[in-house]
Design a protein around this ligand. Structure first.
Ligand code: HDE
Length: 725
């Protein structure tokens, strides 16, 4: 297939543009009491409340079958034993414990989730019959689970990976799931390759090493042999692979889907969820330290933000294309390794997504949530993307395995909020007591009910009439329209700011340095070289390989916007963590910290005071603190001793305060010093006055919070990262 058309910058005429004048910074969302549910928050219809079990005041322990018992002592023959087989209390308690786990997800095992709502910003019934898009201001409860892909359930949050973005809408016409990712493309183009991809990425079969990462031979063996992986791989090697938090990443539906209106007219669509917190990423060295410092960093961040009523929001939009556009852009809209550059088709906003309620029980809600791209509602239809088609089989199958029976849709978190009527019966763990004694269709004995719902009767789901199969032979092959693997990775790479390009290079160097096979490294370099000779040559430098001659068939100079995670300013510093370093030896230093805490709390940030020991006004100790836990660090006056040999203390590891300041600087964060706090910068040869380094005397204290806020919005000072020439 001819390269480069996929990256051309045609401008598609505006399609079905709805007027969605967002966004108001979320202020309107924080009004309480709009629905009748348990929390009173919009979108919470209180559906789960009837399943809550409270072990309130005055209750006694019972068995599962309701008998009150003492389950703290086993039944023994005499006080010193032996224990008796008769002890049903002991046996049932231990049996329940033995069966507490269900198999973790085969992929995306590590994750966290929250409840919230979607609000449609207009009536979209001209393009889709989906009821949740049927009117301006219409709210639908949602549940959103974020995840990493490769790691097991107990793995660390801040590993480099594609991140899951699995969203369920509990619509009034059934559950609709968009089981997406934070990267808009995928590694492979045919579902039949999925087990191979995952086997290559997961730990080695003999020793189960390494956990949650692709920096090993088998992963890169697969990547090097499958150029379809290159586009997603480059995204994963960029900041998108190590987001600052789940809240600071975008979501994508990845596949092309269809909107179908009630009249049967259809459009092709691609979903975008744009974070309103701003795209932000960690740098690799801090992600590594965070793995140890707080393996739950992302999970905690999400929970804490919602707990403090800083509800994360996303602007939801779709790229809308005509059925006839499927091959229009020089690539195939059924190919999940391609984006549609926004310069070709702009994003039409359709609403906003807000997360405003934490789970009450991780297992019951997050672990038992079973998402499925096959959960669709009237007005939504699939595309022929072969990856999507395979997924339509896989999710139900894996869920049968996880749940151990077919009734997983009856678990509270999976139950639709609309009635369920069909002739499915029985199975392990059946919760319903079906009264219809004629559970078959057609029947006369139950008046013919339930009746099949169609496009015209019962507002049923229907397949878009425009979908048809061309006269074709059976083939076990790949479409020639799927074969340009390199133009779009190049488009992505060229669209990154230079510092992020360097991070991609460094990430590739890191991963390939951990690969031991020469052949595997060289195959990866050969693929990189089809994307960009400079990129390949820079990676080669670290591997001790000679730079390759350009392989330029797919080279072009196009760029697209909105793909870099660095170089974007954050809209607000709300929820960002600020470390304020003090010495407990100086009341003046504690007083200065107090002033700063007040100022930053007023801006919605989360200041934490770090001292030698916990006392009034000190939240954390130097012994338990690290720069990775903060988005910015400030050293107050009278702390100078902490940064000298004379100030060494057994209360923290040697030089810890110096290390916090130096590392914060190296991770690109804003840092500040007041008065003698400047000693912290001198100890690490950090010059005052350079970008993101703020030095003030005591008189300058009052102006510091505003200046530092500006630094936090910049988030990462990219000038600190050298770029290969
Ligand atoms: Fe998944 N995927 N996947 N996937 N996926 C699963 O389903 C699978 C793919 C995604 O938070 C599993 O219930 C196949 C693309 C997310 O619970 C499993 C193929 C995208 C989640 C499965 C893909 C995803 C999963 C594991 C290739 C982005 C987590 C447990 C055809 C658009 C959902 C489960 C959650 C989970 C199979 C490819 C996203 C095994 C066969 C492409 C976010 O069924």
């Amino acid at each position: 297939m001819k390269p480069s058309i996929s990256t051309g910058l045609l401008l598609l005429n505006a399609v079905a543009n709805a007027a969605c004048p967002y966004m108001d910074g979320g202020a309107s969302l924080r009004k309480r009491g709009e629905s009748s549910g348990s929390s009173g928050l919009p979108g919470d219809d209180g559906y789960l409340e009837k399943f809550y079990v409270e072990d309130g005041n005055g209750v006694f322990t019972t068995t599962d079958f309701g008998t009150p018992v003492d389950d703290t002592h086993s039944l023994k023959a005499g006080e010193r034993g032996p224990t008796l087989l008769e002890d049903f209390v002991l046996r049932t308690k231990i049996t329940r414990f033995d069966h507490e786990r269900v198999p973790e997800r085969a992929v995306h095992a590590r994750g966290a989730a929250a409840h919230g709502y979607f609000e449609s910003c207009a009536d979209f019934s001209n393009i889709t019959g989906a009821s949740f898009l049927g009117g301006a201001g219409k709210k639908t409860p949602v549940f959103l689970r974020f995840s990493t892909v490769a790691g097991s359930r107990g793995s660390s949050d801040t590993v480099r990976d594609v991140h899951g973005f699995a969203l369920r809408f509990y619509t009034d016409e059934g559950n609709y799931d968009i089981v997406g990712n934070n990267i808009p493309v995928f590694f492979i183009q045919d579902a039949i390759q999925f087990p191979d991809l995952i086997h290559s990425v997961k730990p080695r079969p003999d020793n189960e090493i390494p956990q949650a990462g692709t920096a090993h031979d088998s992963a890169w063996d697969f990547f090097g042999q499958n150029p379809s992986t290159m586009h997603t791989l480059l995204w994963a090697l960029s900041g998108h692979g190590i987001p600052r938090s789940f809240r600071h990443m975008d979501g994508f539906g990845v596949h092309t889907f269809r909107f179908v209106n009630d009249a049967g007219k259809s459009k092709l669509v691609k979903y975008h969820f744009k974070t309103k917190q701003g795209l932000a990423s960690l740098v690799w060295s801090e992600a590594l330290v965070l793995n140890g410092q707080n393996p739950d960093f992302h999970r905690q961040d999400l929970f804490d933000a919602i707990d403090s009523k800083n509800y994360p929001e996303w602007e939801v939009g779709v790229q809308i294309m005509d059925e006839s556009d499927v091959l229009r852009f020089g690539f195939d809209l059924n190919d999940p390794t391609k984006i549609v550059p926004v310069e070709l088709v702009p994003i039409t906003p359709i609403g906003k997504l807000v997360l405003n309620r934490n789970t009450k029980n991780y297992f019951a809600e997050t672990e038992q949530a079973m998402f499925n791209p096959g959960h669709v509602v009237r007005g939504i239809d699939f595309s022929d993307d072969p990856l999507l088609q395979g997924r339509l089989f896989s999710y139900v199958d894996t869920q049968l395995n996880r749940h151990g029976g077919p009734n997983f849709e009856q678990v509270p978190i999976n139950q639709p909020h609309s009635p369920v009527h069909n002739n499915n019966r029985d199975g392990a763990g059946q919760n319903m007591i079906h009264l219809n004694t004629a559970p078959y269709t057609p029947n006369t004995l139950n008046g013919g009910f339930p009746k099949p719902a169609t496009q015209n009767a019962g507002r049923g789901h229907f397949t878009a009439p425009a979908r048809k199969i061309v006269d074709a032979h059976y083939v076990r092959n790949i479409s020639p329209t799927f074969l340009d693997y390199w133009s779009q990775p190049r488009l992505f790479f060229q669209s990154l700011v230079p510092a992020e390009q360097q991070m991609v290079i460094n990430a590739a160097r890191f991963e390939l340095s951990k690969v031991s096979s020469d052949a595997v490294r060289k195959a990866a370099i050969a693929q990189f070289n089809k994307i960009s000779n400079e990129f390949a040559a820079h990676v080669c430098k670290a591997l001790g390989l000679a730079p390759p001659a350009p392989d330029s068939a797919y080279y072009h100079d196009n760029k697209t916007s909105g793909v870099s995670t660095f170089g974007n300013r954050l809209p607000s510093i709300k929820t960002l963590n600020i470390g304020i370093l003090v010495t407990t030896a100086s009341p003046a230093s504690l007083a200065q910290a107090e002033t700063l805490v007040k100022a930053f709390k007023g801006k919605g940030a989360v200041p934490k005071v770090v001292g030698e020991y916990i006392t009034s006004g000190v939240d954390m100790t130097y012994s338990a603190t690290n720069a990775v836990l903060f988005d910015g660090v400030i050293v107050v006056d009278e702390t100078n001793k902490l940064f000298t040999k004379a100030g060494a203390s057994t209360l923290f590891p040697p030089q810890r305060p110096t290390e916090i300041v130096r590392d914060a600087f190296l991770y690109g964060k804003p840092i500040a010093a007041i008065g003698t706090g400047k000693a912290a910068f001198e100890a690490s040869s950090i010059d005052c006055g350079q970008e993101g380094v703020y030095c003030v005397d005591n008189k300058g204290l009052s102006g510091l919070p505003d200046a530092f806020e500006d630094g936090l919005k910049t988030f990462k000072f990219l000038g600190r990262y050298p770029v290969d020439k």
